[in-house]
Design a protein around this ligand. Structure first.
Ligand SMILES: Cc1cc2nc3c(=O)[nH]c(=O)nc-3n(C[C@H](O)[C@H](O)[C@H](O)COP(=O)(O)O)c2cc1C
Length: 311
């Protein structure tokens, strides 16, 4: 069994990866997508999205971080992949799932799921461009407007040379609306020879058990659930039996404040803290109350002053 922390633009940044991998239970992280649209991006951009490249491509807790690329042009993606491999990325993941309108209008993300041959072209170009020792994987949804091509898309990615495929079990049209359709993963897993990673709507250990039963998968990726319930990966690994106490979670909020202090300005930092507290409210009533209390505050220090642990 492996558990991967999902890439989440604007949420799972270097600091969140640091925290969640220190807490434990994750085998792998994937960076936020790096949009590749017309040239080979400079090292500074890759270091911004994945500062871990400067320390062996791993978080401080030693968990590898694969770099995720997104775009529609095979040769451009390949050139960028080769460069990011040179920078020390321990793996490259390709995004075929992003539902954002601006992204899809610009020929990237989930829109590509309408043309299986294009997925194949992209994956094979990237695979050819990076050293054989560096894994190339892909992440897709079940489709764009419907699920009719999910099998063809997965096969196209596999025959392009991906060593693993993660499937967020919804179409682009379904957005983030529950449920995730784990039942589509079982036939997919049976038809593939590469590992299939199940993703979507795993918020609790029970959800994980249900997803495992329905999909038959042994590899999983969790995103929002891990932010909302920082003990989730440990619970899935069987190392914790219940969610952390709120006091313990608050200590991680203070730790997060200390990490983001080095960022550029207070408003953005405060936004990040509020965003986390809002997601924590899915698991903790205390976070719901805290969010009401802090929503108008402007700095991370003001927010942390509202916590009930020493700051
Ligand atoms: C705010 C946000 C940002 C996301 N950014 C990315 C991304 O950069 N790359 C990607 O492949 N998926 C991205 N996703 C999708 C997640 O990786 C994941 O597939 C989805 O949230 C379903 O998993 P979950 O129910 O465990 O959260 C994002 C999702 C959210 C909510």
């Amino acid at each position: 069994m492996t558990l991967t922390l999902a890439p989440m633009e604007g949420v799972v940044d270097v600091h969140m990866r640091d925290i969640l991998t220190r807490i434990g239970g994750f085998d792998l992280c994937v960076s936020e997508f790096v949009r590749v649209s017309n040239h080979v991006l400079p090292a500074s951009v890759y270091h911004q999205y994945c500062p871990e490249l400067k320390s062996g491509g791993k978080t401080a807790a030693g968990v590898p971080v694969h770099v995720q690329l997104m775009g529609g042009d095979p040769s451009l993606l390949a050139e960028n992949a080769a460069f990011v491999a040179e920078l020390g990325a321990p793996g490259i993941d390709i995004n075929f799932g992003c539902p954002a309108k601006t992204v899809n209008r610009n020929d990237a993300g989930a829109t590509l799921l309408q043309w299986p041959h294009r997925l194949n072209d992209i994956v094979s170009a990237v695979r050819r461009a990076v050293p054989a020792a560096i894994p190339v994987s892909a992440k897709m949804r079940l489709g764009f407007m419907d699920k009719s091509l999910y099998m063809e898309n997965a096969q196209a990615i596999q025959s392009g040379g991906a060593m693993k495929l993660t499937v967020h079990a919804r179409t682009k049209l379904e957005g983030y609306k529950a449920p995730a359709h784990w039942e589509y993963l079982a036939p997919l897993r049976e038809s593939l020879t590469i590992p299939l990673v199940a993703n979507g709507e795993i918020w609790t250990r029970q959800d994980y058990e249900a997803c495992k039963k329905i999909s038959g998968c042994t590899h999983f990726m969790v995103g929002r659930g891990a932010i909302a319930r920082p003990s989730l990966a440990l619970e899935i690994a069987g190392l914790e039996q219940a969610p952390f106490h709120w006091a313990h979670v608050q200590k991680w909020l203070v730790y997060y404040r200390d990490l983001i202090r080095v960022m550029d300005h207070d408003t953005r930092e405060a936004g990040r803290l509020k965003q986390w507290i809002k997601l924590l409210a899915r698991s903790y009533d205390e976070a719901t109350d805290l969010f009401t209390e802090i929503r108008r505050l402007k700095t991370p220090d003001e927010i942390c002053a509202a916590l009930t642990v020493p700051v």
